[in-house]
Design a protein around this ligand. Structure first.
Ligand SMILES: Cc1ncc(COP(=O)(O)O)c(C=O)c1O
Length: 431
């Protein structure tokens, strides 16, 4: 967090003091949480400019997370697409395997300073849960993670990682048993245990100050890119200092806000968020809140949500648990409204194809969430010139997804004859 409010942001000062991004954002919370949110706003306002807090955050980023994460030129992909150069911001290389850890460290540092020994979190893909369990282990805090029962099944490696790290994982059986239900349950826990509990929200959603605070912690991603891009573009003799397009997948929207935010003042840089189009934007099986939703209140803020005519939240679908959410951070709703960012969709099929392509072409196994962004980058690159560039936030690694991918391909990675053969051979050769 070298500079939470970077000077170039003078023309973009959002949210306002009540947490609004235009008509979005704000704080819709029960009376019980009013004091806790006020306490949190005050703590964040105090520590975000505190040199000791900033120094500790920077230390953690460098020595525990392994930042800065590299920017990598996907040279083979770029050549095969025959258009723009594609660059990947490698958040998958962070400790715990995704961008989620950046925000978790910031919030856990606040929890310590506020004297809250009990941490709760919601998780979809399990990456935010793993990051939270990791930091709680390191700081000696109790950790309870709420996770939809459906996501517990499809992201089982991450469930076991959380348990190994000492967290209690609570499967949520209500609703569609996915991320929104986990968030509901975590909110209920917070209301009941507000005195000793800090709720670490994993994305740029929730009541004020969460959307702003999570964005600020995640802005380390884009801030690093501002200094990395001129160097990597010069290596390819490209004329520009910054990319023509910055792109990221959007679930709740934290990895996208993290890379977008420092680029907002750069008018000639297009910002593109990629939502999960699931089985198609014209079906009911997608999670594209910005493209198919309308304004409403969900989880403490006003934003774009997928709702029916009676204002009931609709069931969502995505191949990737981390994008399977019927809302989106309010700042994205605002950026879409003012025309500063564009939002597009990628289907399950396209994301899966991009997953396999990245594995085979660049030697990187990406998260299914990140595969959505990569898939759209490959499409768009073909329409651009080779002297132009696209920067994609590769938000996480795909180890957690290999079971889902094997299932979809009709394979069983634990029980292939070839694997059995290898295992027996290895055992026989032992002395
Ligand atoms: C690797 C990865 N990318 C993206 C997301 C989506 O979250 P967000 O939109 O907040 O970045 C998740 C959520 O779990 C994730 O694990």
């Amino acid at each position: 967090m070298p500079n939470l409010r970077i000077p170039t942001m003078a023309s973009y000062q959002h949210p306002d003091s009540s947490g609004h991004f235009g008509r979005y954002g704000g704080s819709f919370a029960s009376e019980t949480l009013t004091f806790a949110l006020k306490e949190l706003r005050e703590a964040y306002a105090r520590y975000q400019h505190d040199p000791a807090f900033i120094a500790e955050f920077n230390y953690e980023m460098a020595h525990f997370v392994g930042r800065p994460s590299p920017v990598y030129h996907a040279a083979r992909t770029s050549q095969e697409m025959g258009g723009a150069q594609i660059y990947l911001k490698r958040e998958d290389l962070n400790h715990t395997g995704a961008h989620k850890i950046n925000n978790v460290i910031g919030q856990a540092m606040l929890a310590k300073r506020m004297g809250k020994p009990r941490i709760i979190a919601e998780t979809g893909a399990g990456q935010h849960g793993v990051a939270t369990a990791t930091i709680c282990a390191r700081y000696g805090l109790e950790c309870i993670v709420y996770m939809g029962a459906e996501d517990v099944k499809r992201q089982s490696p991450n469930v076991y990682r959380m348990k190994l790290l000492g967290a209690t994982v609570v499967p949520v059986e209500s609703g569609s048993k996915t991320l929104k239900d986990a968030l509901n349950e975590a909110m209920r826990d917070w209301v009941a245990n507000v005195d000793n509990t800090f709720y670490i929200i994993g994305t740029v959603a929730g009541p004020h100050p969460y959307p702003m605070m999570v964005r600020d912690f995640q802005s380390v991603i884009g801030t690093e890119c501002l200094t990395q891009m001129p160097l990597v573009l010069a290596e390819q003799n490209l004329p520009a200092q910054q990319p023509d397009v910055v792109m990221a997948c959007v679930g709740g929207g934290s990895n996208a806000m993290g890379i977008f935010h420092p680029y907002i003042p750069f008018d000639n840089v297009r910002l593109i968020g990629v939502e999960a189009a699931g089985e198609g934007l014209d079906t009911h099986k997608h999670s594209a809140s910005l493209q198919r939703g309308s304004a409403g209140v969900l989880h403490g803020n006003r934003t774009f949500i997928l709702q029916d005519d009676n204002g009931q939240i609709m069931e969502t679908h995505s191949i990737s648990a981390g994008l399977d959410y019927p809302g989106v951070g309010p700042e994205h709703a605002w950026l879409q409204e003012i025309g500063r960012a564009e939002y597009v969709g990628i289907t399950d099929k396209e994301a899966l194809a991009a997953f396999h392509y990245l594995c085979r072409t660049e030697g990187i196994i990406p998260a299914l969430e990140s595969s959505h962004a990569f898939a759209y980058a490959m499409k768009l690159a073909k329409e651009m010139r080779p002297d132009q560039s696209i920067l994609v936030n590769l938000s996480g690694r795909g180890d957690k997804d290999i079971g889902t991918v094997a299932d979809l391909s009709g394979e069983d990675f634990y029980d292939r004859p070839s694997m059995r053969g290898l295992a027996v051979k290895g055992a026989e050769s032992k002395p």
